[in-house]
Design a protein around this ligand. Structure first.
Ligand code: SAM
Length: 294
């Protein structure tokens, strides 16, 4: 009972503090400029306190889809005016946004979900705002590639986000060939209708690696499937999973260094240096212990 009360008080305290943080952020006028604001990728609670504070204060919010964003904005009682900014009207709308920035307004940019510009509109607007000398501020938060990466269990020291692969098989395979040697975890977006085919192509071109499919992250049917690309392609073909997906593919597996490879590197060096120096050089170059290098 005491434990329950403590937990309840802790929740209430955290909520009060969150409201205070939002209020503190709103205590002065928001400086003019473009605010690139991340919104949740599913779970509405993933919005940041700063995103709420900024969206509640900007003069206008440019949305990829105003009707879609209305639900999110209404959920947080945000009543600022909205205007559409999407791939079909972006060229027409950009001069208007730049004029608003020139007039000293604060302008928010959001997409349907996650971080704007990440396979979403906004790149040209940010470029042009910077070229015109207006401040551009990121209000960071959710983004599907990072949420997928940190829960997939694949290498995180280096990763390459490659967006959506081309829908046509030949172009997709060409792109995968370009990425084949990249020593990093590869992160792709994919539509459910193409998941099995794309994973099949990844298996053909990138071969036997660790991989994962992150589905419906932060939502009710959130799922992480791990396996080789071939196994995942088989699963996707059989189960026809629905929803939003991120595909992750680990870096190429390191080929073991053979004795032949060591000898081939060692022999020419022996003409120029001592055995011990040559062994040290080969061990360093091939990343093997020195005893093996010589
Ligand atoms: N800008 C967004 C971001 O930062 O996450 C991504 C927008 S992109 C048009 C949409 C793609 O993101 C989807 O097709 C899917 O591949 C991925 N995605 C978005 N939400 C997701 C989620 N909850 N779980 C898994 N993937 C998601």
């Amino acid at each position: 009972m005491a434990q329950e009360r403590e937990l309840h008080e802790s929740h209430a305290g955290a909520a009060d503090r969150a409201a205070e943080v939002v209020r503190n952020h709103q205590s002065g006028p928001l400086p003019a400029g473009l605010y690139v604001v991340a919104t949740p990728i599913g779970n509405l609670a993933d919005i940041t306190l700063r995103a709420i504070a900024v969206l509640a204060q900007v003069d206008v919010i440019y949305c990829e889809d105003t009707r879609h964003s209305r639900t999110l904005l209404a959920h947080f009682c945000i009543t600022r005016p909205t205007r559409p900014y999407h791939e079909h009207n972006a060229a027409r709308e950009r001069p208007r946004v730049l004029a608003e920035l020139a007039a000293g307004k604060s302008v928010g940019l959001i997409s349907d979900a996650g971080t704007p510009l990440i396979s979403d509109p906004g790149y040209k607007l940010v470029r042009e705002a910077i070229e015109a000398g207006f401040p551009v501020t990121a209000i960071p938060g959710s983004s599907a590639p990072l949420a997928a990466l940190v829960s997939a269990g694949l290498a995180t020291d280096a990763f390459l986000f490659a967006g959506f692969l081309p829908p046509r098989r030949s172009a997709r395979k060409t792109r995968l060939e370009e990425l084949k040697a990249v020593p990093a975890t590869l992160v792709f977006f994919e539509a459910p209708s193409r998941l099995a085919d794309t994973l099949g192509d990844i298996a053909d071109v990138l071969g036997d690696r660790e991989a994962a499919v992150a589905r419906e992250l932060t939502k009710l049917h959130e799922e992480m499937r791990r396996g080789t690309p071939a196994e995942l392609s088989q699963w996707a073909g059989d189960a026809a999973p629905k929803g939003e997906m991120v595909i992750l593919v680990g870096p190429p597996r390191e080929a073991p260094v053979t004795d032949e490879a060591i000898s081939a590197r060692l022999e020419p060096l022996l003409a120029e240096m001592s055995l011990s120096d040559a062994a040290r050089t080969v061990a360093h170059d091939l990343g093997v212990p020195r005893r093996k290098g010589g």
